[in-house]
Ligand binder design. Sequence first.
Ligand SMILES: [Zn+2]
Length: 355
Amino acid sequence: MLILLLSLAVPPVDAFNCVTHSTCGCMFQSGGSQGYKINVNDFSSGEQTEIEHGADAWDAGSGEILRGAAWQYNRNADLTVDGSFCDGTENIREKDDTWFTGQGLAADVDAVTTPCFAFCGWVDGDITFRDSEPWSTSLPSDITNSDLSIGTVAMHEFGHFAGLDHEDANMATMNSLYPHGGDIAHTKYRINEDDYVGFLTGYSDASTGNNMMLSRYAFETVGDNLAVEVWTNGTSEETGKTWSGHAGNTITAAAGPSEVMAIINGTSSISPVIEWRLSSDAVCFSGTEYVLGTRTPTISSNVPYAVSPNGGYAIPGGTPNGTYHLCAKIDSTGATSETSESDNIIVSEKLFTVN
Ligand SMILES: [Zn+2]
């Protein structure tokens, strides 16, 4: 029997892979659905709801990033006593620091997935959260302190259930240091499209239609296991990057804010217009805003594309001094019909200063 232990603290890998074994090869599951059971004694009702929503982020549906992928998570009858390893309960539970230490896991591992395989087939999978971690039930963009979003971490761990390994080279739900898929307009969790690209190596997508998304700003590591999103975190910037300028001046792309990452799903390639703006509030592409520039790259389906404005960030003359959110939108002209428009706009939390 092969046991694979996955945690949030394994060394980085630079490509999106399925969990592999020398004999079994890729350990993607063959089935189109996966049940799980939550130990309700371990979690508040709010935490249970967020764990469930984290699982649901992988499910396909209309308007979802996973447009038609053959996958579904189902919450089955709850537990009040933990099952044992490899017993087929698909147990979602909490354990204390002593348990994590006993498993040989470092103190910075906050959750772990322990899948059990036999004869190259899935037998059981348990997801264990560290009970001393101050879990937040907020969506990732609504967290105001250093707490971890339990729904986001659940989303990451359920990705392991589907056979996905880590993707640490980019912002991604399956990033082991900083799992990040973001959320859709402060309403629901979403996987990053980078995760979707990896997911498609193991599962089919029978749907048709296009979807475009902007995501994945550059990030950097703080300490030994915390990565911050450069664009959204006001405490950290890429070296040499400028988040301020004068009206009438242009900041070159190399000196300006981090590039955004555009990804499209659908047929062949698309050449969407991407537009950058300054907005005095966090609601982008609405109200009085100042256009910094555009670019119209040709993007191939399922290939992440880093991009900044053509010619740099040109601050219009007459832009009032003040602080602004930096906004970007893909297909800003609305030229392409999409299965979901909710993931086309991104907004910085870090503020840009015009002075
Ligand atoms: Zn992991």
